[in-house]
Design a protein around this ligand. Structure first.
Ligand SMILES: [Fe+2]
Length: 311
């Protein structure tokens, strides 16, 4: 495994804090921490915070925090990043306290995404509680989930792969090259740093965001169904309906956040438990089944409905 142990936390700058609180707590099932002056944090498990939500105009990802095992591992990563020409800055005690970690080093990936490399994300004093989940989020050794990071083009994709794979030490899980829309081929690389099939996906897709989605996984299959119903009843815009991917086998749906990018809400994702036995494959489809755009699924449903009696 790489020096990176897990995706420990993510941060989003959002324009509508109230909408985000409703979305994250009532629809996704997260636990909010007391509000600060400019936002709040969200818990998914015993960790003190997993998502950092701050007021701002970006409506996008603003930070990704990756945990490493030790100070030694962090020092080694810093040396490798600096040798490759990346700037690294040791964070001060105030930043470490805000992130609730022991030590923090700030850098950026080739797309300019802020990356924080940290040691020992702190636990909260009280157990995690959700008002709507029937079971826990699946985190632990697998970290908070995965995120699909947008690269701009082929050259950017190569630079991103060099950063995450060669420098940060993520292992390649697999690749999907598949039609995304008429005239548009998606080419995505999936990388892992722990047993979760992928923690980072990299793909050049034409959207004005730094990420396409962040995935969070529940341990109980019915929690996907309950979340699906909650999103439908709340009228939260959907990105893709229920479906499954060919590579990580996740049963999931995609719902739009109030900031426009998506959350993939999943269950049953594959884990890579034996690195030596893992074989990297290339798939030619993004989905085994489902994951339709909602309008397309509605059309398919209407095609199958009985025709109204003619007058
Ligand atoms: Fe995903």
């Amino acid at each position: 495994m790489s020096g990176i142990k897990e995706l420990a936390y993510v941060g989003y700058e959002v324009s509508d804090l109230a909408a985000w609180e409703h979305f994250a707590v009532n629809l996704l099932g997260m636990q909010i921490t007391p509000r600060g002056a400019d936002g709040f944090s969200l818990r998914m498990d015993q960790k003190a915070q997993r998502w950092l939500i701050t007021q701002g105009a970006a409506d996008d990802l603003v930070v990704s925090g990756y945990a490493v095992d030790s100070d030694t591992a962090l020092d080694q990563l810093i040396a490798e990043l600096q040798a490759a020409g990346f700037k690294t800055t040791e964070g001060d005690a105030r930043l470490a306290a805000a992130r609730q970690v022991d030590r923090i080093v700030v850098t950026a990936d080739p797309m300019g995404n802020r990356i924080e490399l940290v040691t020992h994300p702190h636990d909260a004093p009280a157990p995690f509680h959700s008002d709507v989940l029937t079971g826990p989020f699946l985190t632990g050794a697998c970290g908070l989930g995965h995120q699909f990071i947008v690269t701009q083009n082929e050259a950017s994709q190569a630079q991103a792969l060099n950063f995450y794979h060669t420098l940060l030490g993520f292992h390649i899980s697999d690749r999907i090259i598949a039609p995304l829309a008429p005239g548009l081929i998606a080419d995505a690389m999936f990388l892992h740093c722990n047993p979760r099939h992928h923690t980072v996906a990299l793909g050049a897709i034409p959207i004005p965001k730094k990420i396409h989605h962040v995935m969070i996984q529940v341990a109980q299959r019915q929690d996907v169904g309950y979340a699906w119903d909650r999103c439908l009843k709340a009228g939260q815009p959907l990105e893709m309906t229920l479906g499954s991917h060919p590579n990580d086998h996740m049963l999931s749906f995609y719902v739009k956040t109030p900031s426009g990018f998506a959350v993939e809400y999943g269950w049953g994702g594959l884990t890579i438990d034996d690195e030596s036995a893992w074989q990297v494959r290339t798939y030619d489809t993004l989905d085994d089944w489902g994951h339709h755009p909602p309008a397309q699924e509605l059309t398919l449903l209407q095609q199958g409905l009985p025709k109204p009696p003619s007058a």
